[in-house]
Write a protein that binds this ligand. Structure first.
Ligand SMILES: O=P(O)(O)OC[C@H]1O[C@H](O)[C@H](O)[C@@H](O)[C@@H]1O
Length: 548
């Protein structure tokens, strides 16, 4: 894939951006009473209203032309078919296969039917979950299990944690699920503080079984188990693993029958649908876990078959490129108006930033446009009392995705109507803003003097014309949560495809790991640090001095 910047549609969009600089979104609504209806699409339980974007018909048609020129159709087909699109690792990218095993018989990758492997792993998961939930799985003292601690980091942590939390209302068993990720002793200490080794099972989730943080925490968990009376010969009753590196998991001491497979055709940040999602299944039951897969499958089917101009991930991806590459938007905010989805931005942040934080095209040449934006956000309405100030009046353009269910799991007085009203009004305020005249009138009506009006009114001006998408669903269910995450996965792929980058490797994270090992050696030995930069030397010395 080469740079998209030379394509006719890219050039036309560059010129069109200038044409659009004086066009107000609010005016587009005035000019076309059907705008909202025209720019609303639905799939897999979600409705996307993308009418509050800096886009008129010409914008959308040029974006569509761009999608055609980059070969989006073939790219989507290639991913689903198992083409080795992760070219730097020579791997297929088949997280979609993880949710298709009920609908499709076979999908061959290197002479192996991956769907047969997916099906057998789902069966293995079902058995494990059933044994835990029914008390068939017992700890070393023959007590049923009350707590499962998932140990993993990155893709082996964020997806499962966010989905398990998002589906709290679907919690099925009396088993509590906990997550440990950080190589900070405080994380595991706090999680284990109130747990009983007799009734706790650990799931060590690591695709590579070589990740420093996870191995440290797994060892700490085993030490805790042994220190608190757990017998060495019965460790296997308290440890399971999910990994593509069975040998290393066995070396760690996990019984082979308690190791769930992973495959190199699933990237970490796309892996919650595999056995990495085991903690989700323990929390909400296998039936609900299958419903999560099915929701994602519905979104996959939509992504694969809907025309580009009616395709949710494609539309969101194309608009994202419009802002990142043509409007210099440096970030993109996700604001879920749903308490259970409060951690969603953290998962999508990893998904998108690790996928599209790249500066090289697939063929290795440097990109010629900005690529992945900074993804951030948090729960509405909390953010309104914090960072929304910058969204409304800051100097940077931040496109926003508002995400909300129409119905709450927990109707309390009129809370949900208020919550929903806030979601809509934020999107409205971003678009309409407030003029100087309006600000002056507001102050005058409140009885301010002319001097006060002159001093304060400019500070109340909100330029508006700030874009947002609104994503609505009837209710946050296993199916709609699955579909939502699949939507963002595909949006990420669409953007990577337009930019011509490989969204499925992550070489950038390696250097820090290598340097970390070197610094660790220096912190824990009497090495000669004189060749290091003075800053690193001083920081190492500060640490060493504090340990004495
Ligand atoms: O599952 P693991 O092999 O332990 O990897 C855990 C995580 O660490 C890596 O450094 C990557 O940045 C992530 O993409 C990955 O999910």
């Amino acid at each position: 894939m080469s740079s998209p910047t030379g394509l006719p549609a890219w050039k036309a969009l560059t010129e069109h951006k200038e044409e659009m600089s004086n066009v107000k979104m609010a005016t587009l609504f005035d000019e076309d009473s059907n705008r909202a209806e025209k720019l609303t699409v639905s799939a897999a339980g979600w409705t996307l209203d993308y009418s509050k974007n800096r886009a008129n018909e010409k914008t959308l048609s040029l974006l569509n032309q761009l999608l055609t020129e980059v070969g989006m159709h073939d790219a989507i087909k290639g991913m689903f078919n198992g083409d080795k699109i992760n070219n730097t690792e020579n791997r297929s990218v088949l997280h979609t296969a993880l949710r298709a095993s009920h609908a499709q018989e076979s999908l061959m990758v290197d002479d192996t039917n991956v769907l047969a492997e997916v099906r057998s792993t789902l069966k293995q998961m079902e058995k494990f979950v059933w044994q835990l939930q029914t008390g068939q799985w017992r700890g070393y003292s023959n007590l049923p299990i009350t707590d499962v601690v998932s140990i993993g980091i990155g893709g082996s942590y964020l997806g499962p944690k966010v989905v398990a939390e998002a589906l709290t209302p679907y919690k099925q068993s009396s088993i509590d699920v906990h997550f440990v990720a950080n190589i900070d002793g405080s994380d595991i200490t706090e999680k284990l503080r109130y747990l009983d080794p007799e009734t706790t099972v650990f799931i060590i989730s690591s695709k590579s079984f070589g990740t420093l943080e996870t191995l440290y925490n797994a060892n700490a968990a085993r030490d805790w188990f042994l220190r608190n009376g757990g017998p060495e010969e019965l460790v296997h009753k308290h440890f399971a693993a999910v990994s593509s590196n069975v040998e290393k998991a066995v070396q760690f001491g996990i019984a082979e029958e308690n190791i769930f497979p992973m495959w190199d055709w699933v990237g970490g940040r796309y892996s919650l649908w595999s056995a990495i999602g085991l903690p989700i299944a323990v929390a909400i039951g296998m039936e609900n876990f299958n419903a999560v897969l099915d929701g994602a499958y519905q979104m996959d089917t939509h992504f694969k078959t809907a025309p580009l101009e009616e395709n949710l991930p494609v539309i969101m991806g194309a608009l994202g490129v419009w802002y990142s590459s043509f409007h210099n938007a440096q970030s993109h905010a996700l604001i879920p108006y749903d308490h259970y989805l409060r951690a969603l931005p953290a998962h999508i942040q990893q998904l998108d930033m690790e996928s599209n934080g790249k500066a090289n095209l697939v063929d290795g040449k440097a990109v010629e446009t900005d690529t992945g934006p900074i993804i951030w956000g948090g729960a509405g309405t909390n953010g309104q009392h914090a960072y929304h100030q910058l969204l409304h009046q800051g100097t940077r353009l931040v496109p926003v995705d508002f995400i909300a269910p129409l119905k709450s799991h927990n109707p309390v007085a009129d809370h949900h109507a208020q919550l929903f009203a806030n979601c809509l009004s934020q999107a409205q305020a971003l678009m309409v803003g407030k003029t100087l005249e309006q600000a002056e009138k507001e102050l005058r009506d409140a009885g301010a003097s002319e001097a006060e009006i002159a001093a304060v009114a400019p500070h109340k001006v909100i330029k508006g014309n700030r874009p947002s998408n609104t994503l609505l669903t009837e209710k946050m269910t296993p199916s709609t949560v699955g579909a939502l995450i699949a939507l963002y996965e595909h949006r990420t792929f669409v953007q990577g495809t337009i930019w011509g980058i490989n969204s499925f490797d992550q070489w950038g994270v390696e250097l820090g790991k290598v340097l970390g090992t070197d610094i660790y050696d220096r912190l824990t030995s009497d090495s000669d640090n004189s060749k290091l930069d003075a800053s690193t030397q001083a920081l190492i010395n500060a640490f060493k001095a504090a340990q004495n």
